[in-house]
Design a protein around this ligand. Structure first.
Ligand code: PHE
Length: 346
């Protein structure tokens, strides 16, 4: 029966057939288990005579089952690997690719244009201290200009008095940079700003780039030349006509609002020409002016020694103009169809 068991075990075709054989021989009711039980009823002499053969049989059957089990498992693995073969020559599914957002694109372009003019990039926090956002910019508490900013305030008190807030413009970076680096200075400060306002041309979060030059003998002519030079480079045309209008900002004196002339073609605004020509108009582009001496003072510099100009321009507005986009809210919807429509696909 040892021979027979061996051949049946090596002929078992799969793991379940093998398990059935194991139960048949070695299970509780199994035949070899039965033989082992008979040992108990034997006389010691008889037992000594028969036991080695039965033990040996049990061992050889156990070994045979273990060996066959290993064989069957290896075969099963072989078969599975054969069906799971990867074809590495198949083309992989294309992963969707992102593209640079128009706002980031414009900020990168402006950083490059201004780098050529010797401007470094400066930054400041979006969660800002009332003092930097307003007070140091010549808007003390209860200054009426504060009301025009639709400010998002935090409930806690700021270290310098007042409350913490989401900065309403990038102008606080002027003060921070003057305090940190002194003069002379030539910086731009791009970033997010926040005002509680929302329609087709206003979103509660938008982007500005601040420009600041502090040096000796700086005057309005430097400001005008800088703005003209950067706008021509940005819009890639020499045909840029600016109109400088007297205005008011507490942190500049004099203050200048800058409009750019445009023509209307097929219902679209095309930059170029004087806004006073027939069929043309002026579009407000940015705020600017000579830095108010009180701001220079509060920023730790002597206004009799240092003068400068500053400007603040809406990045989103520049992007809308350059790419012919008309709804500012679409900038922040994250809808890739809109981006693709304006050519911002990978
Ligand atoms: N901070 C102003 C605004 O957000 C713009 C500005 C910047 C005006 C610098 C003058 C000088 O409206």
């Amino acid at each position: 029966t040892g021979q027979e068991a061996q051949s049946r075990i090596s002929a078992a075709e799969d793991l379940s057939a093998l398990e059935a054989l194991r139960v048949e021989y070695l299970g509780k009711q199994g035949s070899i288990s039965g033989l082992l039980k008979t040992l108990g009823k034997m006389t010691p002499e008889e037992r000594q005579e028969k036991a080695p053969a039965i033990q040996a049989l049990r061992q050889s059957v156990t070994d045979a089952i273990t060996a066959r089990k290993a064989e069957l498992e290896a075969a099963e693995l072989e078969a599975r690997l054969a069906t799971e073969t990867l074809d590495l020559t198949l083309p992989a599914p294309q992963a969707p690719q992102g593209s640079v957002h128009p706002v980031s694109q414009v900020m990168d372009e402006l950083a490059e244009i201004f780098a050529d003019l010797g401007f470094a990039v400066a930054t400041g926090p979006e969660i800002e201290d009332d003092w930097y956002n307003f007070t140091a910019l010549n808007m003390p508490e209860s200054h009426p200009a504060r009301a025009m900013h639709d400010t998002f305030y935090f409930p806690d008190t700021a270290p310098k008095g007042g409350k913490m807030l989401l900065r309403t413009h990038t102008s606080p970076v002027q003060v921070r940079t003057m305090l940190a680096e002194g003069a002379p200075l030539r910086i731009i400060a791009p970033g997010r700003v926040y005002r509680s306002d929302s329609d087709a041309t206003h979103t509660p979060m938008f982007h500005q780039i601040e420009g600041l030059v502090i040096d000796k003998g700086i005057h309005l002519g430097h400001l005008k030349w800088t703005l003209e030079t950067f706008l021509k480079a940005f819009f890639e045309t020499e045909d840029i006509v600016l109109r400088l209008r007297p205005s008011y900002f507490p942190f500049t004196e004099p203050s200048v609002e800058v409009d750019v002339g445009f023509a209307i073609e097929n219902g679209k605004r095309i930059l170029g020409g004087s806004g006073d020509e027939a069929g043309h108009g002026w579009m407000e582009l940015l705020g600017s002016g000579m830095v108010n001496r009180r701001v220079i003072e509060m920023s730790g510099l002597d206004p009799d020694e240092w003068q400068g100009f500053a400007f603040g321009v809406g990045v989103d507005r520049l992007a809308m103009l350059k790419y012919g986009m008309d709804d500012l809210r679409a900038f922040f919807d994250g809808d890739t169809r809109w981006l693709n429509h304006y050519g911002f696909s990978p």
